[in-house]
Ligand binder design. Structure first.
Ligand SMILES: Cc1cc2nc3c(=O)[nH]c(=O)nc-3n(C[C@H](O)[C@H](O)[C@H](O)COP(=O)(O)OP(=O)(O)OC[C@H]3O[C@@H](n4cnc5c(N)ncnc54)[C@H](O)[C@@H]3O)c2cc1C
Length: 384
């Protein structure tokens, strides 16, 4: 059995300066009334002006080199910035996917023209992306996608349906996984390609899929004979599976996989600080210890990504343990703080609890379900 490599990594002390700047910025934003904290803010709370202000600070595109509008500060610096934003429950959903994974994918696989066209806008917080992987009958078994691209003069014609597409209603582009060759049952991962599809071109219909609460953050995206020029093929035709799986370590290992409900914990600790019942301390201590461990794991993965490695197993572990924890935290706070969850409440804790409960079912599904992740881990350890 090959054990996963999750070595202890210390964040460089130099990053304390960035952390202090981000905290000061967030405090000023809060004081000016520019945002209130939300749980699951990285998927549910989008604010174009806030994204632009982050871009102005140089806190987007931190993994892009300066020639593409980034700062080149690297994945560990980005880790510090993003964990502060998540802990504060700041409205980062608009740019999140572009900054975390679409931009890095374009940087890795894209043409020079694609890099020039998209990366500076992402770094400014103005160009937002969606992930077009899942389809009505293809989620865990992603290789079964049926969205089909056929050759046309100067490009491809794409038809099919993507589903659960987070943020597609406000994104400018989507990286879609499509079938460019007929399915060969003996080589199911062959014949797939990735296309960058601008979402304002003819033939695209984006329809909200609402949560039980009525909230809207994901969508169905129907592509009806959409023309995608050759210049918008990402990487190589037929190499889509390798490319899409290399994105997943970025998608699965970040602090958003264990901090989605952190603002709830922070609000609960504020409320409980003056409580007479000291038994809450033990519960809070347990939760904080778990966050600390998950954080160390996530930093370790970030440092390996920074070094150009592909820590897929370790990323799957972070997501499995982290997303389970996000739910555990919600349940624990529900037991510690006697309040009736209400999304409309003016009491922050009551509202954050309601948001966490409503989003909780999705934590272990999005980005690959925990059952699938355990399969990845088992295979990686050589026990499957
Ligand atoms: C909040 C949220 C946001 C999302 N955003 C996006 C997005 O932006 N873009 C995008 O492309 N997708 C997105 N998704 C979709 C997500 O990636 C899929 O829901 C997920 O991959 C599971 O696919 P499915 O829903 O088709 O379930 P299925 O694959 O049908 O799985 C159903 C159940 O069967 C289990 N199962 C399936 N196969 C196996 C197996 N081999 N072994 C053991 N158990 C198995 C699964 O674990 C699950 O419990 C989002 C989902 C959520 C909840």
């Amino acid at each position: 059995m090959t054990l996963p490599d999750i070595g202890a990594v210390q964040l460089p002390q130099a990053l304390d300066v960035i952390r202090a700047e981000v905290r000061e910025f967030l405090q000023a934003e809060r004081t000016a009334g520019r945002f209130v904290p939300h749980c699951d803010a990285w998927l549910s709370a989008a604010d174009p002006a806030f994204s632009r202000r982050l871009g102005e600070q140089g806190w987007l595109g931190m993994t892009f080199p300066p020639e593409y509008g980034g700062t080149g500060a690297g994945a560990l610096a980005r880790f510090v910035v993003t964990e502060e934003l998540l802990a504060a429950g700041a409205p980062v959903a608009g740019h999140w996917i572009a900054d975390r994974q679409s931009g890095p994918s374009i940087l890795r696989f894209g043409t020079e023209e694609q890099k020039q066209s998209y990366l500076p806008g992402i770094a400014r917080g103005e160009t937002w992306f969606a992930i077009g992987m899942s389809e009505p009958d293809s989620g865990s078994d992603l290789a079964s996608v049926r969205t089909r691209a056929t050759r046309a003069e100067g490009g491809w014609r794409v038809s099919g349906t993507k589903v659960w597409t987070s943020g597609a209603h406000h994104a400018h582009a989507m990286i879609a996984l499509v079938r460019t060759d007929a399915l060969d049952p003996t080589r199911r991962h062959a014949g797939l390609s990735q296309f960058i599809i601008d979402l304002d071109v003819p033939g695209i219909q984006i329809t909200p899929i609402r949560l039980l609460s009525g909230a809207h953050h994901f969508n169905e995206v129907v592509l009806d004979d959409v023309f995608v020029p050759d210049g918008r093929v990402l990487g190589e035709i037929g190499d889509g599976w390798r490319q899409v799986t290399s994105e997943l370590a970025w998608e699965r290992s970040g602090p958003e996989r264990f901090l989605s409900t952190y603002p709830l914990l922070a609000a609960a600790v504020d409320r409980l600080a003056n409580a007479a019942d000291s038994s809450a301390s033990a519960s809070v201590g347990t939760l904080v210890a778990r966050i600390w461990t998950l954080r160390q794991m996530s930093i370790s993965v970030a440092s390996r990504l920074d070094a150009g490695q592909s820590p897929d197993i370790e990323a799957a572990l972070v997501k499995d343990l982290g997303t389970l924890f996000e739910g555990t935290l919600t349940d624990a706070v529900r037991m510690l703080v006697r309040t009736e969850p209400d999304t409309e409440s003016t009491d922050g804790l009551t509202r954050l609890l309601a948001e966490s409960i409503l989003q909780m079912p999705g934590f272990t599904l999005r980005g690959g379900t925990n059952e699938i992740l355990r399969g990845v881990v088992a295979r990686g350890l050589g026990v499957r």
